[in-house]
Write a protein that binds this ligand. Sequence first.
Ligand SMILES: *Cc1c(COP(=O)(O)O)cnc(C)c1O
Length: 356
Amino acid sequence: MHASVTPRIEINLAKIAYNANQLLQLYGAKGIGIMGVTKVVCGNPAIAEVLVNKGIGVLADSKLENLRKMREAGIQAQFVLLRTPSLSEVNEVIAYADISMNTELAIIQKLSAIAHAQNKRHQIILMLEMGDLREGIMPADMAGFIAEVLALPGVQVVGLGASFACFGGVKPSAVKMDELSAIVQGIEDQFSLPLMYISGGNSANYNWLMEVKDTGKINNVRLGESIYLGREPVFREAISGLFTDAFTFVTEVIEAKVKPSVPYGEKGQDAFGNLPQFQDRGMMRRGLLGVGEQDVLVSGLTPQANIEVLGSSSDHIVLDLKKSNLQVGDEVSFSLNYSALLSAMTSPYVLKAYTH
Ligand SMILES: *Cc1c(COP(=O)(O)O)cnc(C)c1O
């Protein structure tokens, strides 16, 4: 019924389910469990339900609003806040997350105080800095850090984790993963902690997984991109056997005319403060789409037909229609990369349409 509404993102739940299942088998065969990361799909309950039905019992998101949305939709899972909480949202963390990832004592102290006052024990995963230089406690500081955390009555350390390929582009290589296992082993030897999760990374860990013989202490990864887009993020290669087209962005032509290929008149900046340059291709058939940067990150879209995106403003995309016969009212479909998927799922202007 919604098939004619544009702009829309078509979400093929069967392909997501298939990818989730394949990844569960692949990682499971080496003793590694999966947290389903829902942030790129904004905690979409229909997608969350697919993950849970396939056997992913732990869902992780970086937004408390998304965790709340999934809870309120009745999704039966454990919920993880995928980043360190801000001090000002600690109350909501206790309410909506079973587990949170942490790196700062002041925040953990507040989590503990609030959980303890409610007779709860909030679970935490401590993140180790392994070189990617986003979140993480420096390994040399970890033992002292844990000693302080163990004295807090309202929190329980249930795991250790690390992030790779998120900020610094540092790969989860075999050397890095062995280093992580060795640090974890040292912590386990020093403190008797029942660590349920040794979370070694994200979709970027795929190549490590395929090559590794001994996964060491690692028993968990947090997967988003490889489930939804069937790719590993280090080289953005498709993972063989997975669907890379579970999502399609669809919009429609609102103008199609033959026009020059180079803007004419006295020139200044474009809508975003750039001084654009254009190649003279003579007269061309140009198409206009009624969506722009406010709807989706246009640079992350790839047209499925043989047409070319020439540029965009807040609310339009300009196309070279090339030899295509696209007319006003015709739909135009695009594949999405990770950033485009994130923006389209976040945008209130883009309808979410489910296919099976
Ligand atoms: C986003 C995120 C993930 C998931 O990353 P993918 O590359 O989508 O698999 C895992 N861990 C953390 C901490 C994240 O922020």
